[in-house]
Design a protein around this ligand. Sequence first.
Ligand SMILES: *[C@@H]1O[C@H](CO)[C@@H](O)[C@H](O)[C@H]1NC(C)=O
Ligand SMILES: *[C@@H]1O[C@H](CO)[C@@H](O)[C@H](O)[C@H]1NC(C)=O
Ligand SMILES: *[C@@H]1O[C@H](CO)[C@@H](O)[C@H](O)[C@H]1NC(C)=O
Length: 187
Amino acid sequence: MARLVFLVVFITMLTILMSRGEAQDVTTWAKRVDTGKEVVTTLHFYFHDVVSGSNPTAVRIAQASQTNSSLTGFGLVNMVDDPLTIGPDPNSKLVGRARGIYGSAGQNEFGLLMVMSYGFLDGIYNGSSFSLLSINPALNPVREMSIVGGTGLFRLARGYAIAQTYSLDPTTGDAVVAYNVTLNTYI
Ligand SMILES: *[C@@H]1O[C@H](CO)[C@@H](O)[C@H](O)[C@H]1NC(C)=O
Ligand SMILES: *[C@@H]1O[C@H](CO)[C@@H](O)[C@H](O)[C@H]1NC(C)=O
Ligand SMILES: *[C@@H]1O[C@H](CO)[C@@H](O)[C@H](O)[C@H]1NC(C)=O
């Protein structure tokens, strides 16, 4: 009997503790799972790259003499400050910004070298960032990129991003990209 009472009290306390842990993290675009050895965080957000119009989020900062005659735009470099939102609609909730540089790094095949910091603003992730360094064959519908570090909750992060083009305007080059990110950290 005493054992049963103990078990019931223990399970109740565990449930309360677990629900408290969840209550702290109200973000729907991110999920943290503590495996005991490491924390595995999965993120899902949309990246908005606007190259056209009067208020672009990605601007050309350099190019090579052969860039315009290259089929892959080889040598083009853009500086980027792209919003990251919860949904594909650019007016959906802002959860962070991807800032950095991408440049056309393929002579025969289109590939962007991404050197970017993805910084977050929402919930417990406010102030945390991860750094992505990878070739992005952006014309492929789905591509994988490596994540090499981070700050805040993403200190010592290692991981990868799966990016999938959600929409691409062929005339302007404006794109919306869905990201699924997996990060392993110790905290
Ligand atoms: C290349 O094309 C861009 C965009 O059309 C233009 O702004 C730039 O002046 C061109 N550069 C050269 C070297 O022709
Ligand atoms: C994120 O942190 C900054 C700086 O601490 C703060 O000003 C801002 O209000 C925070 N934003 C949210 C959504 O909590
Ligand atoms: C990204 O994650 C969502 C939600 O789990 C899933 O539906 C989608 O298929 C994933 N996309 C890719 C390209 O793996």
